[in-house]
Design a protein around this ligand. Sequence first.
Ligand code: ATP
Length: 306
Amino acid sequence: MTTVVKASAPAKVNLVFEVGAIQADGYHPVNSLYLALNLREELTLVSGEVGSGISIYVHGDTLPERHIEAVPTDESNLVFKVVAALASHHGLATPDLQIDIHKRIPVAGGMAGGSSDAAAMLVALNEFFYQELGITKLTLAELAQLGAGLGSDIPFCLYGGLALGTNRGEQIQELPSLEFESNWLLCISNQGLSTPLVYQKFDELDLLHDFSDLAAMKITSAQELAGLMANDLEPATLALMPALSDLKAKLEELGALKAMVSGSGPTVAALFESSERCVEVAKLLNSHGIFALTSTGDSAGARLEG
Ligand code: ATP
């Protein structure tokens, strides 16, 4: 009998992204306020024929084709690594699987697209092993621990909602959801930007400050949220890609409460009070050949779909 399991997981934006001094291991500690967006990857797992191995099929009709083409379908895809890690955790051989990824999150846009696929895969495979082999399911915390070994954003994509991420972003403290729906426009650059280069520039600029107590922040409206949005990497990203400053200014001129580089960029996330205006501005940008999409927050973490 064929086993089919479906799961979905959200994209993220960093509402606040604070970065500490580089450590001996080469990493920068972060203090990140994460928000999950209703831009969800959908993943379907189907048991494959014995000996067929793992095949990955990626598709999507809301992203430019170059995003779909940029996703690897071999062992370097994060979902492949999830299969290997969870199978090995249970002492199992890698199962034969067909994996279908419906992609909605822009690739290499700093919105955790690959991590979201990995989170959906952890939840789906956890269920798959239970259905096929009767293996007791891992808890969310156990899945998050396994995911943290594969990518710093994977635990947040498992939890979703609003959360604080510390260390490399993988240590998650869940926070109460915002009491309002936030409207987001995500402006995705055609040009890539190397994350290590952004961190190098950040080190050069010497912008270190103490971390804030993000868990204690009270956010009751979109205006308040706009007032506290901050990204320590933004000056570094803008120094490397000065055109993004104009884009930020333009978005605020067009009605955004706040436009900010998302993570290391080059995506710019803009918060709007009105969902209608948010969609209007996205259409306007699209008509000028700029790739922009809209979404809302927050959204649930990775979950099984019927
Ligand atoms: P983050 O926000 O977590 O830093 P990102 O959203 O900027 O990540 P991704 O879309 O996750 O970036 O992709 C970064 C690279 O990871 C891609 O260029 C691709 O080569 C590789 N990759 C591996 N698995 C996946 C996947 N399932 N989906 C997208 N990219 C993947």
